[in-house]
Design a protein around this ligand. Structure first.
Ligand SMILES: [Zn+2]
Length: 388
């Protein structure tokens, strides 16, 4: 009994899992054959509907083939040519093939030429999923087509009423309106509307809108620096593939610079005011601006060794002195952060300056270390008592 139950469970899993992962989408290009649908401004509705339906099929098949995003679909087509199909034939096709969703594609017409815009329908007593499907596609159609938003509507249309799965019908625009017709005449516009149906389906099935026909950029990026670094830190990375620009982040939050690809790789000099362990992340971007790859590591950031060694009690003239390592090229001494008392270049790692103070007593002094490029790399503050 237990074994039988186990076998049934395995059987159900094998049979149901692919169905759940690959919904059957029935695409119904309205009218066709002896029925051209609405006609006006040099357009036939049946042609527009079929073109968008065929484009939608191609997009869904491309989405299924592409594993970088989107979803996976089985496409059912009510018609793929300029053929006549009855309304009952359309719903019977969807129902008997077990379609999971039904999308009917139409274009509109009205006796008043000024009527214009895009609208969508679901059956007036339709399911929640009909409404959700319609809403997701409607939003994308308005976004993509740029025509007037006539709203999310209900109706008793045959194909909505007699389909047994969640169903919606889209009216792209009015062939009877010259403005709408001018858009619908463009192949690129019809492609955008086909994509909008796909995006709505993707969102309806819980994945982000994704265009599988965009050329997919790929690349890698690698941090190319040691585990310890001296301020100012030279951030370095190398890339492969389609990476054209990198950005660096500290501790996953702080942008510390970015660099376009140059002969020397992606070098950015930055000074860390908080030394110690910092997480450095490099993010590589493609020409489209899409993030392609990232790499990170923890780097111990250190300041150059630098000490301000003037005694805390001293007589005038004061022998100001500091010691720094090989990265310190020069030192300037300031009183109260403002008054430059003198500067000194490296003399065997000593930086001596003699200065006579006019005012005795306690003074606040700073020794500021600079590297050979004139960048400040360290600073030590020190209080001294000056006697005459
Ligand atoms: Zn129609």
């Amino acid at each position: 009994m237990k074994t039988l139950l186990h076998m049934i469970t395995v059987f159900l899993f094998i049979v149901l899992a692919p169905l759940a992962a690959q919904p059957k989408i029935c695409i119904d290009a309205g009218h066709g054959g002896s029925d051209p649908g609405a006609v006006g401004n040099g357009l036939r509705e049946s042609d527009i509907n079929l073109d968008i339906a065929l484009k939608l099929r191609s997009l869904l098949n491309a989405d299924t083939a592409d594993t970088s995003g989107g979803s996976s679909w089985r496409v059912l087509m009510v018609r793929t040519g300029d053929t006549s199909v009855s309304l009952a034939g359309r719903t019977a096709y969807a129902n008997s093939n077990g379609a999971n969703r039904f999308i009917s594609i139409h274009a509109n017409s009205f006796s008043v030429a000024s009527a214009n815009g895009t609208e969508t329908f679901r059956y007036r007593n339709g399911s929640t999923n009909s409404r959700l499907l319609q809403t997701a596609i409607h939003e994308e159609l308005i976004d993509a087509g740029g025509l007037r938003d006539r709203g999310i509507k209900t109706a008793g249309f045959y194909v909505l009423r007699y389909t047994s799965m969640p169903a919606m019908l889209s009216e792209q625009g009015f062939v009877s309106n010259s403005g709408d017709a001018a858009e619908m005449a463009k192949g690129a516009w019809r492609t955008d509307m086909a994509k909008a149906h796909m995006y709505g389906l993707q969102r309806h099935y819980g994945v982000a809108a994704y265009d599988p026909t965009q050329s997919v950029e790929r690349g890698t990026v690698t941090l190319n620096m040691g585990d310890t670094a001296l301020n100012p830190v030279r951030l370095r990375a190398r890339s492969s593939g389609d990476v054209v620009r990198v950005a660096y982040l500290a501790d996953d939050r702080w942008p510390v610079g970015e660099s376009a690809n140059a002969a020397g790789g992606y070098a950015v000099d930055t000074r860390f005011y908080t030394v110690g362990q910092r997480k450095i992340t490099v993010i590589g971007y493609g020409a489209s601006g899409r993030e392609l790859a990232r790499d990170s590591r923890t780097v111990t950031v250190q300041n150059s060794a630098f000490v301000f060694t003037t005694p805390s009690v001293t007589d005038n003239p004061v022998a100001l002195t500091a010691q720094g390592d090989a990265n310190v090229a020069s030192v300037r001494y300031y009183a109260n952060d403002t008054y430059l008392l003198g500067s000194s270049s490296n003399r065997n790692s000593d930086f001596p300056v003699s200065y006579r103070f006019n005012f005795t007593g306690t003074r606040s002094l700073s020794a500021v270390a600079f590297d050979s490029n004139g960048n400040e790399i360290n600073r030590v503050d020190h209080q001294i008592q000056i006697n005459d």
